[in-house]
Write a new protein. Structure first.
Length: 560
């Protein structure tokens, strides 16, 4: 019988020449340390032939997962000072929550001996009771009868009202005819008889209405007896589900470097969310750190990579490294890393410091600037320096918002600056009406087989991992991009993008997504692979002058 694989892994390669990092990885934006890369490569070699894991990612296997999985490595030193690493994965791998050689979950809710399975079965039993009552033939018949009665009542009342209206019209004609021929006394008697007929008709309508009301109410009462029972079961289910969720959150307990422990409720109580999202605590990074703290290992550096097919909604590339997600992991890791010396958050550093902004055209009403890459269009949460702030200093007498439209921080190229409110309104209205023509240049990390096309993929923000976007046909906003190839060279493709809409990260998503061009823009650190810059440039724009209405085109050539 084979021995279980040790969770603490020693490097197969000689790592003595690799210098250890002085600070732990900032998990939300990082370049993997050479030790993390080496550990990840060793793990990936294992995954290719792993008897339990390989079939889950084999397209020819019946066990194939619907999408890939995030794996992580944590470089540590043991209590005796030995250098090595742990491996982990997010959530479950198929039906497996624990696999030899990988760190276990923080709390294994699928363990048949713990409370979750038992209490979930109680909830499932309530679900079955609800389903049985919903499918009760008498209940279904009563609901069908109610629909039928409501329709019949509507038809009967409508027909009766039509009949009474016709009788009323006929009585009116009779009055007009008899008023001429009858004496005043006879006419009075005749009219009184007509009034009695009218009162009789109204009485018949009331009787008909009440009769149908009684029938409908009887059916509603019959339905109500079933629905009262259903509502009681649903309320019981809700209370048990909420109680189970709270108990589950309390069992997800996380240590930090100082040895302090908090559960999910404690951790998320300090956030805007207040309540932990589903599956919080099951990602690879918290599992790796928790195991290290529990067993006296010291974390050195870490990295997470995607293995397998990308999900249809998100962009995840096989073997690419990714930061920890912000929605679920940021609060948890914020607690778990307390006490560790962490790398500086690179998002707090202004990469545009002392970089000039070129103004390529200006008149009394607007200016055209060439925004450098890695430069904010408007002030951010942590960095104020931006095109807006620079233009506010350059044009102190300008009125209005100045910025007419924006570019992503990483994107270079043309921005329009309006110098007064009226000019801003006039130019912005052209954007709203989609009469502004824009052209971008991008260098893609691969060779495109086609020469041109249209990408139509609706987008929305990934609520668990802002600012990343995702494709969503249910809640996403329409996003369309025309494109054409400029040249193919050295394994790369340069293209023109013509955005028809202007969604956040639209061009980056449409380039990288498998249902788009499936070829990320070079240097895209969110949807591709980081480089010295994002190779995306707003090259050309055409719009009408805000005062003269003259059609104007500006072009600034890309620098790549």
């Amino acid at each position: 019988m084979s021995q279980p694989k040790a969770i603490f892994r020693t490097f197969a390669s000689d790592v003595q020449s690799i210098e250890l990092p002085t600070k732990f990885t900032f998990p939300f934006y990082y370049e993997p340390h050479p030790l993390s890369i080496l550990a990840a490569e060793e793990l990936q070699t294992e995954l290719i032939n792993h008897p339990l894991i390989q079939p889950l990612f084999d397209k020819a296997s019946e066990q194939l997962l619907a999408a890939g999985k995030m794996f992580g490595v944590l470089i540590v030193t043991s209590p005796t000072g030995e250098l090595g690493y742990f491996a982990g994965f997010s959530g479950k791998l198929g039906s497996h929550t624990q696999i030899d050689g990988f760190v276990p979950p923080v709390f294994d809710l699928w363990n048949k001996d713990n409370f979750f399975i038992k209490e979930e079965e109680v909830i499932n039993a309530i679900n079955r009771q609800i389903e049985q009552r919903l499918e009760n033939p008498n209940y279904q018949s009563a609901k069908a009868l109610l629909i039928q009665q409501i329709e019949q009542e509507k038809q009967a009342i409508t027909a009766k009202k039509k009949e009474l209206k016709q009788l009323k019209t006929e009585r009116k004609k009779l009055r007009e005819q008899q008023q001429i021929t009858l004496s005043e006394t006879d006419y009075t008697l005749f009219n009184e008889d007509l009034i009695k007929q009218s009162l009789r008709d109204k009485h018949e309508l009331r009787v008909l209405t009440n009769d149908w009301l009684e029938q409908i109410n009887a059916t509603k009462n019959s339905i109500s007896s079933y629905e009262t029972e259903l509502q009681a079961l649903k309320e019981e289910r809700k209370q048990k589900s909420n109680a189970l969720q709270q108990k589950l959150f309390q069992h997800y307990r996380f240590l930090n470097y100082r040895g302090e422990e908090q559960d999910l409720l404690d951790i998320f109580a300090k956030t805007v969310l207040q309540t932990p999202p589903a599956a919080a605590g099951d990602c690879a990074a918290p599992k790796l750190l928790q195991y290290a703290y529990l067993h006296g290992y010291t974390p050195i550096t870490m990295a997470e990579f995607w293995w397998g097919e990308s999900p249809k909604s998100e962009i995840r590339k096989h073997q690419h490294y990714y930061p920890a997600c912000r929605g679920k992991c940021e609060p948890i890791l914020g607690h778990m890393l307390e006490g560790l010396e962490i790398e500086e958050n690179p998002l707090l550093v202004n990469p545009a410091l002392n970089r000039p902004i070129e103004v390529v055209y200006e008149d009394e009403y607007f200016a055209i600037v060439n925004k450098p890459e890695e430069f904010l269009s408007v002030p951010g949460i942590y960095i104020q320096d931006s095109v807006y702030e620079r233009m506010r200093l350059r044009y102190p007498n300008a009125t209005g918002p100045l910025i007419v439209h924006r570019l992503d921080m990483a994107t270079s190229g043309i921005l329009i600056i309006a110098k007064d409110k009226d000019s801003h309104k006039a130019i912005q209205s052209q954007f709203i009406k989609k009469t502004v023509e824009k052209r971008y240049v991008a260098l893609l990390d691969g060779i495109l087989p086609s020469d041109n096309g249209l990408i139509d993929l609706p987008l929305r923000v990934d609520l668990d991992d802002r600012p990343r976007q995702m494709v969503c046909y249910e809640y996403g906003k329409p996003a369309k991009t025309k494109w054409e190839v400029i040249e193919r060279k050295d394994g790369k493709t340069k293209v023109y993008f013509y955005p028809i809409t202007g969604r956040t990260h639209q061009l980056r998503m449409h380039a990288s997504h498998s249902d788009g061009l499936n070829t990320p823009i070079v240097g895209d650190d969110l949807y591709g692979t980081k480089a010295e810059r994002l190779y995306l440039h707003a090259e050309s724009i055409t719009f009408r002058h805000p005062k003269t209405y003259e059609l104007m085109t500006f072009t600034i050539k890309e620098s790549f």
